[in-house]
Ligand binder design. Structure first.
Ligand code: GPU
Length: 843
């Protein structure tokens, strides 16, 4: 190395090694610089949107410093990394999260205020990226926040959909889907890495040949090659320099591809083919916990997995190059890959292919590595959600993978036969291949066989997973199955969403609770303090007032701010039983209209808020939305209800709306048929924000009840252990219908809420006929009403109610994703935190 070179290096280091200043004046200069030079706008007459863009760029500069330093540091150390592979990341807005995690919220607010802007207004200019459906995608984003906050070297990998989750509008009382083109204003949070692109092959054929040692080898050739383009988004931790990376892939045509088709003289055909390439990452499939089995979806999955594994492999091999002692067999010491449900499970045969066909390892060596790299999280036991791909489809699209899957299965079934000779029933249940016409590949079996650990997401879910979904696998590998109960990040769901409550917490115990939720526990005793209860109620009222104002401003609806705010906000699904909620509302409406004025005076006023999207092809879910809207119209217009009952369906539920609504709830509903909601995560957010739950003994509700005390939850309904027997008996001994349910359904059927022409309401109600009440809606109705009445009664005891809320909210530490991720790190990934401390820092 020459002296010149060293001098240049030193100068470069000097020029770049200080962090940007964060005093108010410097922030202002950075904002104005971005307005002038990044956005190329004049300095006067700027709208909020321009200032949003400028603020985002200014914050991004500060993220980038920490991000590149963190990445460089972890590469230097050669630490083991976690890769969280997910087809969905429901990140929500970034600006508020970034300034808060950087500790710069106050400084930016002040910098903006002095030049005539309001940070909150600026923040609401951000278009929310909705690259996920619901709980599964949001969980992935909570995990990324915690991984960064706890200094774990971890990357998220996913797809940069051009169109995210559709925008839901309600037109004529029905859901209508509109495309969500979220990139119209560009995306200041991402960096396009033009130097990170990988070819991804589809279709083609497999060539068999002998290598030098005479072993039979396979090469996948021909077909089409698409390019995967990386886009990186920094994920800042809270109160740490560590900033992780979320890498999302976008598809584009490859040059080879272009030339071949154009040279063939088929201009139109070639352009169409180009469009087809880009279409791979164009749209998020809007199905939540249901599988559509569409070909383009398999292409998406493979495209994403192939690019991701090439990237992980390249990084790993670079690190092998750095230390002479590491070899490819050490991959599991450096790489942990978590499969977020089976959506990325094609990664298992893909890694096998790389190890066999590219690295020339033996099958045994490759399998050993692969199995020690992958772990799989299951998020549902609903049969309709189990991913299956037809053998002919995989054979056409991914011929080599089909071979590898068959080989994995063959070797696996030999093991099964050794354990259980002549047990064909067990063999066919455990096989990756379902012997149907056409044959199907069961992705969940592949994921279990190819992973070292399989986890469920709440205690009851893991139990059911073991007993109903994978009982044979459990016998074979009892230690493979573990539980890791879900959690949510207190940064977004408390600190950002609920400043009123957060400042109470910080005032009581200091700011440390934000990444150590256990510190809230001592506040429980304050439930006995009348003055504290009053402050608590004031915070809740602030949040309720914000919703009242929002409802009036955006929907023109006036509601009573003192009413009990009751919310059910989540994807619309039969198993989540929004229908039970609506029937309860109709019952309440009937009670109000039939009550005397004196009786009305005794009733507790309620605002019933529902929100959530229905998959576009899910008829029952769409009918449900129709019914809610119709009920809302009639009830809200009825003078008898006035202040006593309002029913509101809020369109286009998303992360930002959740941040507004959740802190304002008194009661929220998590009322799935027992055994069917794997965990639920909304339930955790509501209780953390000082709301109480009306819920079934399902998913994480059970563990929440344990943590906060059962007396603090309004539980009802059949237990999971009773469901099967109830279903069995109902066909020949249908239970008597509760007269109140009879009245409610009669009102709906008779047209009190209109008569849609295709009999949509009849369809909904026929499904709860006591003979075939699959989701036990009629069955659970009486106990549901009892729980609701109990909530009403308790709500009137204001002081006691507040005490319940305080006790509950301050007992929620175990539902922080910080606890969840520590468990993943210890039990599954075997990774350690790697805090990065900057060598030089001038603030
Ligand atoms: N979940 Br599978 C989804 O949101 N989407 C899916 O495709 C599948 C599961 C949810 C579960 O329904 C919910 O109970 C759970 O809390 C969440 O995943 C995160 O584990």
């Amino acid at each position: 190395m020459g002296a010149d070179h060293l001098a240049h290096k030193e100068l470069l280091w000097k020029l770049s090694s200080t962090y940007l200043p964060n005093d108010v004046g410097s922030l202002q200069r950075s904002l104005v610089r971005h307005v002038e030079y990044t956005l190329a706008r004049r300095r006067y007459k700027l709208d909020d949107n321009t200032f949003y863009q400028a603020t985002a760029h200014s914050v991004r500069d500060r993220l980038i410093e920490r991000w590149t330093d963190t990445q460089q540091y972890s590469a230097k150390v050669g630490a083991k990394k976690v890769y969280y592979l997910s087809l969905e990341f429901l990140i929500g807005r970034s600006l508020g999260n970034a300034v808060s995690n950087l500790g710069l919220r106050g400084a930016y607010a002040e910098a903006l205020r002095q030049i005539g802007y309001n940070l909150e207004d600026i923040m609401s200019e951000e278009k929310e990226p909705a690259l996920g459906n619901g709980g599964l995608g949001r969980l992935a984003s909570c995990f990324l926040d915690t991984l960064a906050t706890q200094n774990y070297p971890a990357w998220g990998y996913g797809i940069r959909y051009k169109y995210g989750m559709f925008e839901q509008r309600i037109l004529n009382g029905q859901q209508v889907e509109f495309p969500d083109y979220w990139l119209t204003d560009g995306n200041p949070w991402e960096v396009e890495r033009l130097d990170v692109q990988y070819p991804v092959r589809l279709f083609g054929h497999v060539r068999e040949f002998k290598d030098q040692e005479g072993n039979t080898r396979y090469a996948w050739q021909g077909g089409e090659v698409v390019m995967a383009q990386a886009y990186d988004t920094p994920i800042p931790g809270y109160g740490t320099y560590n900033t992780n990376n979320m890498r999302l892939w976008s598809s584009k045509p490859s040059h080879e591809f272009d030339l071949a088709s154009f040279n063939a003289g088929n201009y139109y055909g070639a352009v169409e083919a180009k469009e087809r390439c880009e279409s791979i990452t164009s749209v998020l499939y809007p199905n939540d916990a249901t599988d559509e089995g569409k070909r383009l979806r398999l292409k998406q999955q493979y495209f994403f997995v192939s690019a991701t594994l090439q990237d992980i492999f390249r990084r790993f091999k670079k690190s092998v190059g750095r230390t002479a002692t590491t070899k490819i067999q050490d991959m599991p010491k450096k790489v942990a890959i978590q499969l977020n449900d089976t959506h990325p499970a094609i990664a298992i045969p893909e890694l096998m292919r790389l190890l066999l066909d590219v690295e020339y390892l033996s099958w045994e060596e490759a399998w050993e590595i692969s199995r020690n790299v992958f772990a799989y999280t299951n998020h549902t036991i609903l049969p309709e959600a189990m991913e299956k791909w037809s053998v002919p489809m995989i054979t056409e699209l991914l011929p080599r993978h089909m071979q590898i899957i068959y080989e994995i299965n063959h070797r696996f079934l030999l093991e099964v036969q050794k354990l259980w000779p002549n047990d064909d029933t067990r063999l066919s249940a455990m096989s990756i291949i379902e012997e149907s016409t056409p044959k199907m590949v069961r992705m969940s079996n592949l994921a279990v066989i190819g992973s070292h650990t399989v986890n469920g997401v709440a205690m009851i879910h893991t139990k059911l997973l073991k007993s109903t979904l994978f009982p044979d696998f459990l016998l074979m590998w009892p230690e493979k199955f573990i539980n890791v109960t879900n959690g949510v990040t207190p940064r977004r769901w408390l600190l950002q969403a609920n400043p009123a409550l957060s400042s109470i917490y910080t005032g009581m115990v200091g700011p440390g609770w934000v990444n150590d939720l256990k510190r809230l526990e001592p506040i429980k005793t304050m439930a006995q303090d009348a003055l504290f209860r009053q402050r608590w109620r004031a915070a809740k009222q602030t949040n309720k007032n914000a919703v009242v104002d929002w409802l009036y401003k955006t929907m023109g609806i006036q509601v009573n701010p003192n009413a009990l705010f009751d919310m059910q906000v989540k994807r619309i699904h039969e198993y989540k039983r929004q229908l039970l909620n609506v029937l309860g509302i109709v019952h309440r409406y009937a009670e109000i209209t039939q009550a005397t004025p004196e009786q009305r005076n005794q009733m507790v006023p309620r605002v019933c808020i529902m929100a959530g999207k229905a998959a576009p092809g899910y008829v029952m879910a769409k009918n449900l939305i129709m019914l809610v809207c119709a009920v809302s119209e009639v009830v809200n217009a009825d003078a008898a209800c006035r202040d006593l009952l309002k029913v509101i369906f809020i369109p286009n539920f998303n992360v930002s709306l959740a941040e507004l609504l959740i802190p304002a709830s008194d009661v929220s509903q998590h009322i799935s048929t027992a055994g069917l909601e794997a965990s639920g995560t909304g339930n955790m957010k509501f209780v953390m924000n000082g709301g109480l739950i009306v819920g079934t003994m399902d998913g994480a509700n059970i563990e929440i009840a344990q943590a906060i005390g059962e007396h603090n939850m309004f539980t009802f309904g059949a237990k999971a252990s009773e469901v099967a027997a109830i279903r069995r008996t109902m066909s020949h001994h249908p239970p008597k219908i509760d007269p109140r349910l009879q009245r409610a359904t009669q009102m709906i059927r008779s047209g009190v809420f209109g008569k849609p022409k295709d009999g949509e309401y009849h369809q909904l109600l026929d499904a709860i006929d006591p003979h075939k009440d699959v989701y036990l809606t009629a069955q659970d109705f009486p106990s549901y009403l009892r729980a609701m009445d109990e909530a009403d009664a308790q709500f009137q005891l204001e002081e006691k109610w507040t005490a319940k809320c305080i006790e509950s909210a301050c007992s929620m530490w175990m539902f922080s994703s910080d606890r969840t991720i520590r468990e993943y790190a210890a039990k599954i990934w075997n990774v350690e935190p790697l805090p990065f401390r900057p060598p030089k820092h001038q603030n």
